[in-house]
Write a protein that binds this ligand. Structure first.
Ligand code: TYM
Length: 338
């Protein structure tokens, strides 16, 4: 079993990232058996597919590394690194570029959402982004990739690329790439914005009120929860009563995920209550769950050298694991290497 996943180091780590992905990374790391391995990385190469400020990216990369460690990623157990220190990611992306099809990339919903009506004006990197993402996991022969719902389509593309490459350039007995399985949590796979229950919670939402950042202080969290969009009705006693009430469903889902319960158990406790009672309870749960993370985060940020060292060591371990697959890929394609 080899677990691989990544996160873009743009903006703050938010509750959607945490509940949809990072919490699963930590669980998988902690349950790892002998001979198994977890690799987690900051997708800084992906971040340049959108307009960006270099100084912000540099700062964001270190901050995201600190945030992941604060959430429980242990660099002594997992390989933690940033893509830019492992050039094999970019190399493999190019090699897979001969296999990925334009039509496949054209169907990616993230591309369609981000490009909108202005496809011609987008960077080439935004279009080929999913090929780099495929390289990220295929490079390490990943078997499991813990992600939120929104990344599932990219993982399916990675499988398609791996399959076509194996068919075209390898034998059935000795495939070059392992087909990775996405691991999406049964609950909290898609945490929604606090301002709009139909839009996902996202780093790129211009409104800070739409998301809870892991580094938010208690007052900020309480304020954001209090202002969260809801409807005037009380909470129902059963899940069916949340149909057509996306904001209410989202808040109940967050409560359930943070308390390790289910939507049903939360409604058992709060059914019949209005948001005047539920919101402060939810705010408390958030503050208590995030407090240890944000304390560790603040402390880690103070030691810049330690963060640099963690990433340098992780990158060196990652390069070592990456090289054999990369060499095999060059060879399968008939590219001559000295
Ligand atoms: P990114 O940086 O947008 O998000 C990181 C992880 O958080 C999950 N996530 C969510 N889960 C639930 N609810 C939400 N509102 C929410 N928002 C984000 C994402 O699904 C993701 O798991 N392309 C990726 C980064 C990446 C990657 C990879 C992931 C690059 N290479 C290889 C896996 C494997 C991205 O932009 O995630």
């Amino acid at each position: 079993m080899r677990v691989v996943s990544g996160i873009q180091p743009t903006g703050n780590l938010h509750l959607g990232n945490y509940l949809g992905a990072i919490r699963n990374w930590v669980r998988m790391q902690d349950e790892m058996g002998d001979g198994e391995q977890c690799l987690f990385f900051l997708a800084d190469l992906h971040a340049i597919s959108m307009p960006h400020d270099p100084a912000e990216l540099r700062k964001g990369t270190l901050e995201m590394a600190a945030a992941l460690v604060a959430c429980g990623i242990d660099p002594a157990k997992s390989v933690l690194f940033n893509q830019a220190q492992v050039p094999q990611h970019a190399e493999l992306q190019w090699l897979l570029g001969g296999t990925a099809r334009m039509g496949w990339l054209n169907r990616m919903t993230q591309w369609k959402d981000k490009a909108g009506k202005n496809r011609e004006g987008q960077s080439v990197a935004l279009f080929t982004y999913p090929v780099l993402q495929a390289a990220d996991v295929l490079l390490y022969q990943a078997t499991h990739v813990p992600v939120g719902e929104d990344q599932k389509q990219h993982l399916e593309l990675a499988r398609d690329i791996a399959q076509k490459f194996n068919n075209d350039f390898a034998s059935e007995e000795a495939p070059v790439f392992t087909l990775p399985d996405p691991i999406v949590p049964p609950q909290a796979a898609r945490i929604m914005s606090l301002r709009d229950g139909l839009a996902k919670m996202s780093k790129s939402d211009p409104s800070e009120m739409s998301r809870i950042n892991l580094a938010d202080d208690a007052d900020t969290i309480m304020k954001k929860v209090k202002k969260a969009k809801t409807d005037p009705e009380a909470l129902p006693g059963e899940e069916a009563g949340l149909a057509g009430r996306p904001e209410a469903l989202n808040l109940v889902t967050i409560y359930a995920a943070l308390t390790e319960g289910s939507v049903e158990t939360v409604l058992k406790d709060f059914g019949g209550e209005g948001f005047g009672k539920f919101k402060p309870a939810l705010g408390e749960v958030m503050v208590e769950s995030l407090r240890p993370i944000s304390e560790r985060f603040t402390a880690l940020l103070e030691d810049r050298e330690a963060l640099d060292a963690i990433l340098a060591r992780g990158a060196s371990q990652a390069r070592e694991i990456a090289v054999p697959t990369l060499e095999k890929t060059y060879e399968s394609l008939g590219l001559v290497r000295g």
